[in-house]
Design a protein around this ligand. Structure first.
Ligand code: GTR
Length: 334
């Protein structure tokens, strides 16, 4: 009998000690965060921008000793890109990474950074984004209650379709091409003689599959990650635009933070952007290889054909950059 009580006593003591241990650990290592913020991302979990978001969240949590927790929602769980931007302006979503095409709809001066055939190459674009002009625009979005934290890479955008290989301007004529919900991109497609169909990113796959559109345009990783390549096998590496992406914070959220925390957020955002850019160039190669292995037919345009495409879109420079010629000229001459 006594032995039985001793055993029960030992077990009770052990459970007690384990209980204390767990409690101490909880108190020591997992304090309740002071803030829990949301982060919207419309790409899937494994996509470079999503990995950048997770990295950003983990850096912030680490450097604020768990006081600030950022919960990342990928695959447009918090809504379509345009809706997320709207929500952020009123404080409904705290952080996000968005395409400039979408953001320029509410902050039109941004169009000068995403005009077709604007940059000579990736280095040209990064020298603009990392310089005075890039900084100007990260702050410019304060006018719409957002703060730009950093720039993310999104490579070049190219046409792809399910009808035929594109080798010249005549080939694209009359095609129904999906674009982002952006006035500028709609005009660009129409200038090229195709018909622009604005749809949100999430709607493109089924529109291609059902034949409601003939094609779309995007970078290699998006084309591959969304499986669009399975329903639109002709990819023309024409590189008509480079549309950078911005990591954003709602100004409502920003104002809640101490100066010290704001500094940490900016540092972590910029480190996450560096990380994303590295992942980006690796992913472009992987995606390209994968889709070609899966039967995608890639074409390119000759120099003279690119010149024809370029001259067709000239009218939109006047329309979208007319008021910002000084910035545009600085970009061109940089
Ligand atoms: C991708 C971008 C997305 C979305 C998409 C689209 O390149 O990363 O955020 O804008 O393009 O075409 O809608």
């Amino acid at each position: 009998m006594r032995k039985k009580y001793t055993v029960i006593g030992i077990i009770a003591a052990l459970l007690f000690l384990i209980g204390i241990g767990v409690t101490v650990r909880l108190i020591k290592k997992e304090p309740d965060p002071e803030y829990v913020f949301t982060y919207a991302e419309n790409q899937s979990d494994g996509y470079p921008t999503s990995k950048g978001a997770y990295y950003f969240a983990s850096l912030v949590e680490e450097r604020t000793d768990g006081r600030i927790r950022i919960v990342v929602y990928t695959s447009a769980q918090l809504g379509r890109e345009a809706d997320v931007i709207e929500q952020m302006r009123y404080g409904g979503v705290d952080f996000a990474r968005v395409s400039l095409s979408q953001l320029a709809e509410v902050a039109p001066e941004l169009n000068v950074l995403q005009m077709p055939y604007l940059y000579n190459d990736s280095d040209h674009m990064w020298s603009v984004l990392e310089g005075e002009i890039g900084d100007h625009f990260l702050n410019y979005v304060k006018e719409i209650d957002l703060l730009g934290l950093s720039w993310y890479d999104s490579g070049t955008r190219n046409f792809y379709n399910s009808v035929k290989p594109i080798r010249n301007l005549e080939d694209i004529k009359g095609m129904n091409i999906r674009v982002q919900q952006s006035e500028l991109m709609i005009d660009m497609i129409n200038c090229l003689g195709a018909n622009a169909v604005p749809l949100s990113y999430e709607e493109v796959y089924s529109a291609l599959e059902l034949g409601a559109i003939d094609g779309a345009e995007n970078n290699w990783p998006s084309y591959e990650d969304t499986d669009h390549y399975k329903v639109a096998k002709y990819f023309c590496e024409d590189e008509h635009t480079r549309v950078p992406e911005m990591q954003l914070c709602s100004m409502h959220t920003w104002k809640l933070l101490s100066e010290e925390d704001q500094k940490i957020i900016l540092e972590c955002a910029s480190e996450s952007a560096e990380y994303e850019r590295k992942l980006w160039s690796e992913r472009v190669e992987e995606s390209r290889k994968k889709v070609i292995e899966n039967g995608v037919q890639v074409t390119t345009l000759s120099r003279s054909e690119i010149a024809r495409f370029r001259s067709k879109v000239q009218p939109i420079y006047e329309k979208y950059c007319g008021n910002y010629m000084d910035i545009l000229n600085k970009i061109i001459s940089q």
